[in-house]
Design a protein around this ligand. Structure first.
Ligand code: BMP
Length: 260
């Protein structure tokens, strides 16, 4: 059962190279925190990455929300990621026919395949998405997180869809790094990482459809390995302080979990 294994042990089991790298980073930096850096200004994004860098294992972007995006943003972002040892993760949620995803992944102004070691994808349209991400130009090592459950109210995803997504993930062990979900879905695959968004201390929801659980609850009850925190950190007065606070709560909960 993966919930009782250490990340150091799971690093040896992971078949996807980025998942293995993430487990190593998590174990050495003692952090399971993924920052959702949902900022629309590129300078603010770089400053946030620099401030939170020491406390996170991954920086999750929605690169298409950056108002002043220029390809020159990527170089300093990669430099910060290298220096602080975290993974760049573009939350693109690919969902289309394979050919279109191939273009969206490698072309256009973002050229995601050249810098994002991790991306997210929907399983909804079938395995074409994994076939093309596997073969496209770009970084040699790459990983995909498939979305099997969503944190928002009103999601159309049901248990059958979540199960089918898991099945698709199992067919691509070298490519799939993990699953985005809200519950402990895959206890017998310790090489996969459970990524859980919808984590905040101060609020239970936002003013639209987001629903939050506390960092302790997601780790000890919902099976979360890596917790995604956005506004809990980006809206805080001091982002570095908030990131360190979340890191510590999440890490202590993980230590409690593997002790059992
Ligand atoms: P916040 O903590 O500010 O609510 O941000 C959550 C982040 O996680 C957003 O970037 C959102 O796109 C992402 N996310 C989510 O909230 N729920 C999901 O089910 C899947 C997501 O990727």
């Amino acid at each position: 059962d993966r919930l009782y294994l250490s990340f150091a042990e799971r690093a040896k089991i992971a078949k996807n190279p980025i998942a293995a790298k993430l487990f190593q980073i998590m174990a050495t930096k003692q952090t399971t925190l993924c920052l959702a850096a949902d900022l629309t200004d590129s300078t603010a994004l770089l400053n946030l990455a620099e401030q939170a860098g020491p406390h996170i294992c991954a920086l999750k972007t929605h690169i298409d929300i950056v108002d002043d995006f220029h390809p020159n943003l990527i170089k300093p972002l990669r430099e910060i990621a290298n220096r602080h040892n975290f993974i760049l993760f573009e939350d693109r949620k690919f969902c289309d026919i394979g050919k279109t995803i191939e273009l969206q992944y490698s072309k256009g102004i973002y050229k995601i395949s050249t810098w994002a070691q991790l991306v997210t994808a929907h399983a909804l349209l079938g395995k074409g998405v994994l076939e093309v991400i596997k073969k496209s130009e770009g970084l040699e090592k790459r990983g995909v997180f498939l979305l099997a459950e969503a944190s928002c109210s009103g999601t159309l995803i049901d248990a059958k869809y979540a199960k089918s997504t898991m099945k698709m993930a199992e067919e691509y062990p070298e490519l799939v790094a993990g699953i985005v979900c809200q519950s402990p879905m895959f206890l017998n695959q310790p090489g996969l990482i459970q990524l859980t968004p919808g984590v905040q201390i101060d609020n239970k929801s936002d003013d639209v459809d987001q629903q939050y659980n506390s960092p302790e609850i997601v780790v000890t009850e919902k099976g979360c390995d890596i917790a995604v925190v956005g506004r809990g950190i980006t809206k805080a007065a001091d982002a570095a302080l908030a990131a360190e606070k979340y890191r510590k709560i999440l890490w202590d909960a993980y230590l409690q979990r593997i002790k059992k």
